[in-house]
Design a protein around this ligand. Structure first.
Ligand code: SF4
Length: 375
């Protein structure tokens, strides 16, 4: 087996040299993951897959937010049979998520799924595993093995297991070996524990064993607020180790939020750019404007602003600061900014003042300036 080793990668925003672990390249539809490709953002629909209309509508929203790969749950044959129709109406690769039932895997592949997620050790007889592997080989699609502490029988007493990361990696390798024994190597792996430290250790350990692309995520991470924190800490720590080829932030929320959070995690580490980075001060008694409200409005407005491809590595930096005393100085790296005053705001460009604007006009003025600078 090939030994894995880290390679250098230059982070886009802070120009930090990351040692990224070299992984095998895999094609999911038209999207490459691993092997030095950009770290891909994916999400999963929470509609009924049998309802093509609502599933396609949600996938379109995800596409608009920047989702690059989408997964749908396939709990029954009727869902599997809708895959071709859903695929024909969307623009990003579609992954079928299957548990146990090899017939659902075969039908999903038959319907044109770009990847399936199924654990070979849970399929049953060797003949069934072979049938799925042969179909995936013929369709030239990868299989993701997803080891998850919450859904595996052997981890029902997970909190009592001493070497949790070791156990999860052992389970992942058992599934991997089944596919390898059938000469199938188009594999993507995820290893998710419900606690962050175990998940981090598991990915680090697995990376020393195999060089298949890694799908990162923190399982059962929670609501938009808690899940964002847990995922940012967990996924961020793993990415900072130079590991990870695609990420899915799991939130008990609208999946579109998962995409926004995923990009912010990648941007914070300088691994991808959303095009715009918005910074704002925490406010203090010097602040005479409702900066919290204004920043929220600007953040919302920016979701619909498209910026030039030249910001794809290093985002345009926008600062919203509470006062003219410290604002421009604290945001001196910003490309554009506002510093609040008494019922006014001083706009600045590259740290230099360019004019005053009434607070009611801040949002539209800032959006207009961003559009003119970032075309
Ligand atoms: S920019 Fe001004 S208002 Fe904001 S935290 Fe700094 S000093 Fe306070």
């Amino acid at each position: 087996m090939l030994k894995n080793q880290p390679i250098s990668h230059r982070g886009g925003v802070q120009r930090v040299m990351y040692k990224r672990w070299q992984t095998k390249n895999e094609k999911i539809g038209s999207v490459l993951i691993g092997g030095g490709s950009p770290i891909r953002v994916q999400s999963m629909t929470n509609t009924d897959t049998r309802n093509v209309k609502s599933t396609v509508r949600q996938i379109k929203e995800l596409e608009k937010a920047g989702c690059e790969i989408v997964r749908v749950a396939v709990p029954d044959l009727e869902s599997a049979r809708k895959i071709r129709e859903i695929k024909s109406r969307i623009n990003i690769p579609l992954v079928a998520d299957i548990h146990f039932d090899y017939k659902l895997a075969l039908e999903s592949i038959n319907q044109g799924a770009d990847k399936i997620r199924i654990n070979p050790g849970n399929i049953g007889s060797k003949e069934r595993v072979k049938a799925v592997v042969n179909a995936a080989k013929k369709a030239k699609i990868p299989i993701r093995i997803g080891v998850n502490s919450g859904s595996l029988k052997e981890f029902h007493n997970f909190s009592n297991i001493k070497d949790r990361a070791g156990s999860l990696v052992k389970a992942a390798l058992e599934h991997v070996k089944i596919l390898e024994s059938l000469n199938f190597y188009d594999i993507v792996v995820s290893i998710k524990a419900s606690d962050v430290p175990t998940t981090i250790e598991s990915y680090k350990l697995f990376a020393t064993k195999r060089k298949y692309p890694l799908h990162l995520g923190i399982t059962e991470s929670g609501t938009l607020f808690r899940g964002t924190i847990k995922s940012s800490v967990g996924i961020g720590a793993i990415l900072n180790e130079g590991l990870g080829d695609t990420i899915r932030v799991s939130l008990t929320s609208n999946p579109v939020e998962e995409v926004y959070v995923a990009y912010q995690i990648l941007q914070a580490l300088g691994l991808r750019s959303t095009g715009i980075d918005l910074i704002s001060c925490p406010t203090c008694s010097r602040c005479k404007i409702d900066i919290i409200k204004v920043t929220g409005e600007i953040e919302n407005a920016l979701k619909n602003v498209k910026v030039s491809r030249r910001y794809k590595d290093k985002p345009l930096k926008i600062a919203v600061m509470g006062c003219v005393v410290n604002g421009p100085g604290e945001a001196k790296d910003a490309d554009l900014g506002i510093a609040g005053g008494n019922d006014t705001g001083l706009f600045f460009k590259k740290g230099k003042p360019i004019g005053k604007v009434k607070p009611k006009d801040w949002v539209k003025t800032m959006v207009r300036m961003i559009k003119s600078v970032a075309r």
